[in-house]
Design a binder for this molecule. Structure first.
Ligand code: HEC
Ligand code: HEC
Ligand code: HEC
Ligand code: HEC
Ligand code: HEC
Ligand code: HEC
Ligand code: HEC
Ligand code: HEC
Ligand code: HEC
Ligand code: HEC
Length: 343
């Protein structure tokens, strides 16, 4: 009896939090100038519910075996074993609202929160009542995905998808897991593994990663999300982490990071992509131009006239040596010894 009361109090607290979260999210969306239809209305069912209206996931099983089975293997289903979630609304009803009236009405679909008529922004808002805390998610509303109506459930399943429900729709074989189960995701309830998931919409990237010089994404050696934050963020092109798009690269290429006594300005100002095409390129070292010289001359056109006649002048254009700038300017990413990046 007493524990039941605690449960009720706990649930009431949860309601307040939920309602507050909705209100906060509404305020937030408006503050950021998002269209109003992007914010889910608080379904009346949730707003008017009493703790008794919540009946638990097990009572859904009889009629919705398919959803129940998938759901069982997700982290969402395991919240019931987490102490901090004991007295909070979780399970099916954390997304669908209280189920009592729905069940008493033998599956009355006007008495359950349905997503059938919600757009992707509204569905995402439902997820964000719980998922806006982490840095990687609280920027979701700033991201290109949210803005372009790509929502949580375009990438994630809502109920989970056990491996046996394999959907063999990969466009390339990648990685060991995906090689055996093409098209199936084994992390984070994704609808598909990367890169298939991303390439399903970003079709142009497949060609980029098929170029002669590329990062081995199609081969499964790395993922789109090694460099990108699918959830949004402050960086241009949703590249990962703070302070400049470089950080996405530095994780693996830390020798290019500096700080150097002599920095090559574009690394800090424009980032790696000012010289490299990080997805792939027809040029060695994934450079943006077919020769190193061409690349350099786009910013350093004035050196072409330096001592043009003098035979010993480093930039004497009549010698072939001049053409390969990085033979002399070898520390092109920055140097601690030479202003001109010789060593
Ligand atoms: C994390 C939020 C969430 C949880 C938890 C959840 N659902 Fe859903 N449910 C959704 C969304 C979103 C949809 C809309 C379709 C979609 O995107 O998959 C949906 C759709 C449905 C549908 C309509 C048919 C369909 O599959 O599209 C049923 C029935 C359903 N859910 C039942 C359940 C049951 C039963 C549980 C618990 C075992 C549950 N849901 C748990 C979010 C959730
Ligand atoms: C007695 C059987 C029964 C139980 C128990 C039951 N449902 Fe349903 N539910 C149905 C039926 C039948 C429908 C289909 C209604 C229709 O399509 O007309 C349905 C539809 C739904 C839908 C889809 C509504 C829509 O149109 O998008 C959701 C979501 C849902 N149920 C969630 C739940 C949840 C969550 C529970 C547990 C709290 C639950 N149901 C328990 C019978 C049941
Ligand atoms: C009632 C709160 C709540 C709601 C609503 C909710 N989630 Fe979650 N979700 C959680 C918690 C808590 C975890 C576990 C977090 C952890 O383990 O770090 C989680 C975990 C996840 C994970 C990670 C799964 C894994 O295997 O690593 C994904 C993906 C996810 N949720 C997506 C969604 C989506 C999509 C929706 C909306 C359709 C949603 N969530 C709605 C609370 C919620
Ligand atoms: C464009 C695709 C995409 C969208 C949209 C998306 N996610 Fe994700 N999400 C991913 C990928 C990819 C990962 C796995 C990254 C990895 O492998 O580490 C992930 C991981 C997660 C995780 C587990 C790891 C973590 O960061 O905590 C959670 C929870 C999650 N997403 C929730 C959400 C929620 C909630 C939404 C909507 C607000 C959402 N996602 C929208 C692609 C997406
Ligand atoms: C090695 C790191 C890296 C990997 C892996 C990577 N990207 Fe990128 N991506 C970047 C960088 C850096 C930019 C920004 C380039 C620029 O500023 O010109 C970018 C830009 C983009 C853009 C914006 C393109 C444009 O023209 O505006 C999209 C879309 C994109 N990536 C999708 C993907 C997808 C999908 C995958 C996986 C198949 C992927 N990326 C893998 C680093 C990466
Ligand atoms: C359901 C379709 C869809 C999926 C799946 C998807 N995207 Fe996108 N993505 C879009 C749309 C639409 C845009 C905005 C228009 C554009 O830039 O193409 C976008 C934009 C982007 C951008 C550019 C951001 C900018 O600032 O220009 C990046 C980077 C990106 N997505 C990466 C990813 C990654 C990584 C994944 C996989 C984890 C992914 N996307 C999955 C549809 C999708
Ligand atoms: C997850 C680790 C990882 C990240 C993140 C990463 N790279 Fe790489 N990169 C590699 C690996 C491994 C290679 C070796 C090439 C191969 O696959 O054979 C490579 C190769 C390269 C090469 C060509 C080297 C050569 O000798 O041909 C360039 C240039 C490069 N990366 C630039 C970048 C840039 C720019 C970024 C950020 C946008 C980046 N990388 C992010 C792992 C990474
Ligand atoms: C000013 C142009 C420029 C910028 C900016 C630049 N690079 Fe490079 N990078 C080059 C050139 C040129 C080469 C080829 C050097 C050669 O000819 O051997 C190269 C080669 C590389 C290589 C392969 C050879 C090696 O030294 O390991 C990697 C990896 C690389 N760059 C990563 C990066 C990363 C990461 C960034 C951003 C932090 C970056 N680059 C920014 C011009 C640039
Ligand atoms: C995106 C533009 C850009 C590209 C491409 C570029 N640089 Fe630079 N570079 C700069 C800028 C800006 C500075 C700083 C100029 C200054 O301080 O006067 C600089 C500085 C230098 C310096 C030092 C000059 C000095 O007087 O201290 C050298 C040497 C140099 N670059 C060589 C190269 C070479 C070689 C390449 C080709 C591999 C190259 N740069 C590609 C923009 C670029
Ligand atoms: C044979 C070696 C050598 C080659 C090859 C070479 N440089 Fe230089 N570079 C030098 C030397 C030596 C200096 C210093 C000149 C001085 O002390 O005034 C210099 C200076 C520079 C400077 C800074 C001073 C200025 O003139 O603006 C830039 C920028 C530069 N080089 C760019 C390039 C580019 C771009 C290429 C390729 C087209 C290139 N260098 C090829 C040796 C070379």
């Amino acid at each position: 009896m007493a524990s039941n009361k605690i449960l009720k109090v706990g649930m009431l607290t949860m309601f307040s939090i939920l309602v507050l979260a909705w209100v906060v999210s509404l305020t937030f969306s408006t503050a950021l100038g998002d269209p109003v239809e992007g914010s889910a209305p608080i379904p009346e069912l949730i707003a008017n519910a009493s703790p008794d209206d919540y009946v638990g996931s097990d009572s859904c099983m009889a009629c919705h075996e398919d959803q129940f089975k998938k759901f069982k293997s997700t982290k969402h289903a395991k919240l019931k074993d987490v102490a901090a979630w004991k007295n909070k609304t979780q399970g099916c009803e954390s997304c669908h609202g209280p189920g009592k009236q729905h069940i008493e009405g033998a599956g009355d679909k006007t008495k359950i929160v349905s997503f059938a008529n919600m757009n992707s922004k509204q569905i995402s808002e439902t997820c964000m009542t719980c998922h806006s805390g982490k840095e990687s998610h609280n920027n979701f509303r700033r991201g290109e995905h949210f803005r372009n109506d790509v929502g949580c459930t375009d990438c994630h399943t809502s109920h989970g998808s056990p491996l046996k429900n394999a959907r063999p729709d990969s466009i390339t074989f990648i990685g060991e897991t995906s090689h055996q189960n093409p098209g199936v995701a084994d992390v984070a309830m994704l609808k598909q593994s990367e890169p298939q998931l991303c390439m399903g919409c970003h079709t142009e990237t497949k060609a980029q990663f098929s170029k002669p010089f590329k990062h081995k994404v199609l081969e499964g050696a790395m993922k789109c999300s090694d460099c990108h934050n699918a959830h949004g963020g402050f960086e241009s092109k949703q590249t990962k982490l703070a302070v400049g798009s470089d950080t996405a690269c530095i994780k693996c290429h830390n020798d290019k990071q500096g700080p150097f006594a002599f920095e090559h300005a574009p690394l800090k100002t424009e980032g790696c992509a000012s010289c490299h095409s990080p997805h792939g390129s027809s040029n060695p070292k994934m450079l943006n131009r077919s020769t190193v010289r061409q690349l350099c001359m786009e910013c350093h056109s004035s050196i072409s006239n330096a001592d043009p006649g003098a035979p010993q002048a480093p930039h004497n254009q009549t010698t072939t040596r001049y053409l390969n700038c990085t033979i002399c300017h070898a520390r092109i990413h920055g140097s601690n010894a030479s202003k001109y990046f010789f060593r």
